[in-house]
Write a protein that binds this ligand. Structure first.
Ligand SMILES: Cc1cc2nc3c(=O)[nH]c(=O)nc-3n(C[C@H](O)[C@H](O)[C@H](O)COP(=O)(O)OP(=O)(O)OC[C@H]3O[C@@H](n4cnc5c(N)ncnc54)[C@H](O)[C@@H]3O)c2cc1C
Length: 477
């Protein structure tokens, strides 16, 4: 286990008294939830870990609420008894976010999954937090709108807000933070509040919507969300091109961004990741560093954008330029891109897949990617690289034998070096996955003690008993 995934020991939770309080909370809550409360070992186990790490910490019970009032009831009881509450969306987070190192009650929001309203005139909608991004888009299909934020997993909207998620469309649509307009939130004392509004902009006071966004379930439980929607584009064209080396691909990205080319998706796969995708998704792409690009607009605009991009791409030595207007081929290519994580895992089954996630200013992208690749190779690790490089965000998928300490130490060296480099050039230790348990020390490295202390004061003011997802974002004190 990575050192930073270990919980800090806390006498606050690890006492007979704490265990008795959890038992009391479960007994108090059981009548209201009946079969929607489970203490079964396999259910708890499933809810105690997200993706990536084999090891997790199960909660003491899992509850499936159906309404805001039910969420409020659970949180109120837990606050009175000082019992941890961990919100759970789809469980796809990658940094131990949903683990329950201090036990407590997991609130699985999957059954709060309704689209409550779609407002055509304003292009927004109101949803419950448990709906997944794919289900939301399925329900929007006939409205002419869609919700473009697309992390590689079929995450819930609540989980995406809590981790400040993004995906392949960030260059065009921003992250989820730019697409959340208003929230209903249950605070740590069970109080229900609403913040934000449906106006396209507002200067009214502190921006609490932004503060809840990325707070990883540590400041409140999101129970209703107003989202900005976008019109389905008239035409979409995709292109795939391979490069003789990684630098050519990354330099292409930089040039496209610098000239303001209106690309909507710009994704990089290194040679090893292409090999993995070919095998997993039955493609036959040249096994070379590859860019997936997408353009949106009218058919004429898309063609013009593509032609502009071709000149740049070719000047960096690209070959094998494939152009896909056809819906089926496009869908197959992007499906393969979205399955990249599972394709990588299949390269080395029965290993942990630790996904590094740094984001750097675009002018440093080529050097950072090249440095990471050189260090991975020097350490003899199996680790494909891919990324939403259009916004300077890249991932290394370390495939690590969980029983090989030396291999884990070599991974830590590369990963630490990637983060140190990102910090040195003005980037961040996480572009989109968040801090969870895995990167608490990196948050400190990124901002220093004064800023982290200020964040902790916000947490203490809003959750004085520390019941909301304890041990995430910061160590317990
Ligand atoms: C294959 C794969 C690809 C991925 N690709 C991307 C990517 O491209 N971009 C990206 O950003 N991420 C990516 N991720 C990570 C993951 O999908 C995101 O972090 C996602 O936002 C998590 O959503 P979830 O519903 O699974 O949340 P969970 O894992 O269930 O929870 C995540 C955090 O949110 C909190 N939470 C959940 N619901 C609520 C709520 N209603 N109120 C308050 N807190 C809540 C939880 O307590 C926890 O701290 C990927 C993961 C995988 C496995």
């Amino acid at each position: 286990m990575r050192a930073s995934l270990r919980p800090t020991s806390s006498s606050k939770y690890d006492t007979p008294d704490a265990k008795a309080r959890v038992a009391k909370a479960i007994e108090q809550l059981r009548p209201a939830f009946a079969e929607r409360l489970s203490v079964g070992a396999s259910v708890r186990e499933q809810h105690g870990r997200g993706e990536a790490f084999a090891q997790g910490y199960p909660p003491d019970a899992v509850i499936w609420p159906l309404s805001t009032a039910e969420v409020s009831h659970v949180v109120k009881v837990c606050n009175e008894l000082r019992v941890p509450v961990i919100a759970f969306g789809a469980g796809t987070s990658l940094e131990g976010h949903v683990s329950a190192p201090y036990g407590g009650i997991c609130l699985d929001l999957a059954r709060m999954n309704q689209v409550l309203e779609v407002r055509d005139d304003d292009g927004d909608c109101v949803v419950q937090p448990g709906i997944t991004r794919e289900e939301l888009n399925a329900q929007l299909r006939d409205t002419g709108f869609y919700f473009p934020i697309d992390p590689g997993a079929n995450a819930s909207i609540g989980g995406m807000i809590a981790t400040r998620a993004s995906g392949t469309n960030t260059i065009r649509y921003g992250t989820i933070a730019q697409n959340v307009m208003a929230l209903e939130v249950v605070l740590a004392n069970g109080e229900i509040i609403r913040c934000g509004n449906r106006a396209r902009k507002s200067s009214a006071g502190y921006d609490l919507v932004r503060l809840f966004t990325g707070s990883e379930g540590t400041l409140g439980i999101v129970t209703e969300v107003t989202l900005r929607l976008h019109g389905q584009p008239e035409a979409v064209g995709s292109s795939v091109c391979s490069f003789p080396d990684l630098r050519g691909a990354v330099d292409t990205v930089m040039e496209l961004i610098q000239i303001g080319a209106p690309v909507s998706r710009l994704e990089l796969l290194d040679e090893l990741q292409v090999r993995a995708c070919n095998a997993y998704s039955k493609l036959s792409l040249p096994e070379q560093p590859t860019l997936f690009m997408e353009f949106m607009g009218t058919e004429a605009a898309v063609t013009e954008q593509f032609e502009r991009a071709v000149d740049v791409v070719k000047s960096h030595g690209a070959a094998g330029l494939e152009w896909a207007f056809d819906e089926q081929r496009r869908a197959a290519l992007w499906k393969a891109r979205h399955a990249a994580y599972f394709a990588a895992r299949a390269l080395r089954p029965a290993t942990d897949c630790i996904v590094a996630d740094v984001c750097v200013p675009i002018s440093h992208l080529a050097d950072c990617v090249a440095k990471a690749r050189a260090e991975i190779d020097a350490e003899g690790l199996v680790a494909p690289i891919l990324g939403h490089v259009g916004d300077g965000n890249f991932h290394v998928l370390f495939l690590i034998d969980p029983n090989n300490d030396d291999e884990r130490a070599r991974m830590d060296r590369v990963y630490d070096s990637m983060i140190e480099t990102a910090h040195r050039v003005g980037g961040t230790c996480t572009g989109e996955h968040g801090i969870g348990m895995g990167k608490r020390d990196k948050l400190l490295a990124e901002f220093g003690p004064s800023v982290v202390e200020l964040m902790r004061k916000v947490k203490d003011a809003w959750d004085p008993n520390g019941i909301l997802n304890p041990g995430k974002v910061f160590d317990l004190q």
